[in-house]
Design a protein around this ligand. Structure first.
Ligand code: ADP
Ligand code: MG
Length: 325
């Protein structure tokens, strides 16, 4: 259905890849996976009002719907190749529909092009605004980064900074204007709408990280998955959490800490490495621009515990994290 709409998407996301034998336009896409590589596959759905606020720009939706998927590939140490897009669009006048599609495809392409990712097919239906993107990437056999390989004594690190997106969302919900606060609101809202998937970092972590996950639901929840899958616990030092100057200048200390621990939508990588490898990894990831900060370590036991600067455990006493869940 909607052939002209699909044509608009195809034109705006065109990407030549030799491994795409047949892209958008037939009953199915046909691709040729490279010999000797494993294929990593992920899919994520974004629903208006649940995963992004009503009124989010179409181009931001386009960027983010791909970014959250590329972040999953990054967390596996995979390099992206192909994507499928299932769009559910509310009934609306043709002009508005075209505008949405053009904006969506523009934001999608801005992220897809530098990674040479090809959109090879999808589906388009009517209903409440909802976007599913599926991505496929390559990883050498046996080299995918998983959640279950952490060892007691491994150091826990995280790329970039935490809490910006949650802060941006709260600013939006409070009706902040983008030009507010010397560009701080603009920065934090951009971090919400346009997360940067840490693909280069993911590749650099192959054969070095013992476990890796991308932070989508908040550090506590996602590091908790590494703990569960690895059969270990983690101890985090709250004062080591990487926080942007823009975040720290915009909220009080405790709110900043809560955003960083439990806010979510960060799309940074949280990973574990043996102590002897930390310096090398930090040097490489600094060169890639995102950097990596050590925030704690893996221990025997289970669950994530957080210690404040005075050495007090926060987990049981602190109630501020529930409402982020
Ligand atoms: P079919 O009925 O055979 O599934 P469709 O009309 O749904 O065909 O799709 C026609 C072609 O357009 C297919 O190649 C499909 O993959 C592609 N397509 C449909 N919707 C999208 C979309 N939102 N993004 C990318 N490709 C799409
Ligand atoms: Mg179809």
């Amino acid at each position: 259905m909607e052939f002209r709409l699909i044509d608009r998407i195809r034109e705006r996301t065109a990407q030549n890849r030799e491994d795409v034998k047949l892209g958008i336009g037939d009953d199915a896409a046909v691709v040729a996976p490279p010999a000797g590589q494993d294929v990593a596959i992920a899919i994520d759905t974004m629903v208006e009002g649940v995963h992004f606020p009503h009124g989010t720009a179409a181009s931001d939706i386009g960027w983010k719907s791909l970014a959250v998927n590329l972040s999953d590939l990054a967390a596996m140490g995979a390099s992206p190749a192909w994507a499928l897009l299932a769009l559910t669009l509310p009934p609306q006048p043709a002009e508005q529909l075209r505008e949405f599609i053009d904006g969506y495809a523009e934001g999608f392409a801005q992220l897809a092009q530098p990674h040479r990712l090809a959109l090879i097919g999808g589906d388009t239906t009517r209903g409440g605004l909802s976007i599913s993107v599926a991505v496929h990437g390559f990883v050498p056999p046996g080299k995918a980064l998983t959640r279950n390989g952490a060892r007691a004594g491994d150091v826990v690190l995280v790329t970039g900074t935490l809490g910006d997106a949650a802060a941006g969302l709260q600013m939006l919900q409070r009706g902040a204007r983008v030009d507010e606060g010397d560009g701080r609101a603009a920065y934090l809202i951009e971090r919400l709408h346009r997360p940067t998937p840490r693909l280069a970092a993911g590749l650099a972590l192959r054969e070095r990280a013992s476990a890796c996950i991308d932070v989508s639901d908040g550090l506590l929840a996602d590091l908790g998955h590494i703990c569960d899958e690895s059969g270990l616990g983690a101890e985090i030092e709250a004062e080591l959490l990487p926080r942007s100057p823009m975040l720290m200048a915009s909220f009080d200390e405790q709110t900043v800490r809560d955003f960083a621990l439990a806010g979510g939508d960060d799309y940074e990588l949280c990973f574990t490495v043996p102590p002897a490898m930390v310096a090398d990894v930090q040097t490489d990831l600094a060169r890639m621009g995102c950097g990596a900060t050590r925030i704690g370590r893996m221990v025997e036991g289970g669950g994530v515990r957080v210690r404040d600067a005075s050495g007090q455990w926060l987990e049981a006493a602190h109630r501020g994290w529930d409402h982020f869940a």
